[in-house]
Design a protein around this ligand. Structure first.
Ligand code: UDP
Length: 312
């Protein structure tokens, strides 16, 4: 297949490019590099089955060759980005999704939308099954991401119903691993880079809030299986092990041997209190479940951060 990946120079998109190339497919990456990084894909330059086009997908997308699948992964995704670049986030998930759907329709291609556990907001149902409609503040700082991803799901389903487009929706839970930006702002890059510098880890709030962290190679395997299946979704892809931020901070300090401890900072507004996927659907429809545990995944992530921070 020839797959086109929007946001393919980002954290998830670049790992997805690696996976498709390793399975023998052709990959075209579109990315405007606002949060993506050319270094994430530089190792494919010279591969005849790979090409990179610098393009903002909120503008019309034209490709002069046939594509078989469009995977829409373009979007900033760190809570740090939400107040910093709210309008580009709203645009990429609305106009960008519309353009990516139009491209898929014109090519008779399969379409996969990277949606998010953020559609569940600060969830009142725990763990979250796909049938839960969510608890989102539309006018809060996180709303630019949550609501635009909800719109992206809605327009994807409208293209499926109105145009018969062959669509998939994946709801991505917290994912971590190599190629996250050191200054990304999300909790694992923050904790790991702070611990490697011998600084105290910044816990927001009292650290009792939970997340469920999936290692990137497991996560991308879920995306690959979903695209190759007949399941339209939405399907939750994430790890079911739930960890409080205090447990995570303690674990990172332990693995790295950081003596500087923890400092407490104010909790950002609308920060979800809990988050854990119900992955029954992924298990049944895709035969997928995560295999890499948090300790193993953190070791690999820490090793990569060490090289990036020249600490080897
Ligand atoms: N968090 C934290 N310290 C940090 C960064 C984040 O305690 O330095 C908390 C944040 O408040 C949230 C959780 O870690 O409760 C996960 O945040 P992240 O930004 O990684 O992603 P989210 O799941 O909120 O989208």
């Amino acid at each position: 297949m020839h797959v086109l990946i929007t946001g393919g120079a980002g954290f998830l998109g670049s790992h997805l490019s690696d996976r498709f190339l390793s399975e023998g497919h052709e990959v075209t990456v579109l990315d405007n590099l606002i949060t993506g990084n050319y270094q994430n894909i530089a190792h494919h330059v010279g591969n005849p089955r790979f090409q990179f086009v610098k393009h903002d997908v909120t503008l019309h997308i034209h490709v002069p060759f046939k594509v078989d699948a469009v995977l829409h992964f373009a979007s900033p995704a760190s809570p740090k980005d939400f107040p910093a670049i709210p309008i580009p986030i709203l645009k990429v998930n609305s106009l960008g999704t519309h353009n990516a759907l139009g491209l898929a329709l014109a090519h008779g291609a399969r379409f996969l939308l990277a949606s998010t556990s953020e559609v569940y907001g600060d969830p009142l149902v725990h763990p979250q099954p796909e049938s839960y409609w969510g608890n989102v503040n539309p006018i809060g700082v996180r709303g630019v991401y949550d609501e635009s991803k909800r719109f992206a799901e809605a327009i994807t389903m409208a293209y499926r119903r109105s145009h018969g487009l062959d669509t998939r929706i994946v709801r991505i839970f917290n994912t971590y691993g190599p190629r996250m930006r050191i200054d990304d702002g999300r909790v694992i890059p923050n904790f790991v880079s702070q611990a490697l510098r011998g600084e105290a880890l910044t816990i927001y709030g009292d650290g009792s809030q939970t997340r469920s962290f999936c290692f990137v190679s497991n996560e991308v395997d879920g995306f690959y299986r979903l695209l190759m299946s007949d399941e339209p979704g939405p399907v939750n892809i994430g790890n079911t092990r739930e960890t409080s931020m205090l447990e995570l901070a303690t674990l990172v300090n332990e693995i790295i041997g950081n003596q500087a401890g923890i400092v407490y900072r104010p909790l950002p507004k609308d920060d979800p209190k809990v988050r854990r996927p119900d992955i029954s659907k992924a298990r049944a429809a895709l035969g997928w479940e995560p295999t890499i545990d948090l300790e193993q995944g953190l070791e690999r992530t820490i090793a990569w951060f060490r090289t990036q921070m020249n600490l080897e």
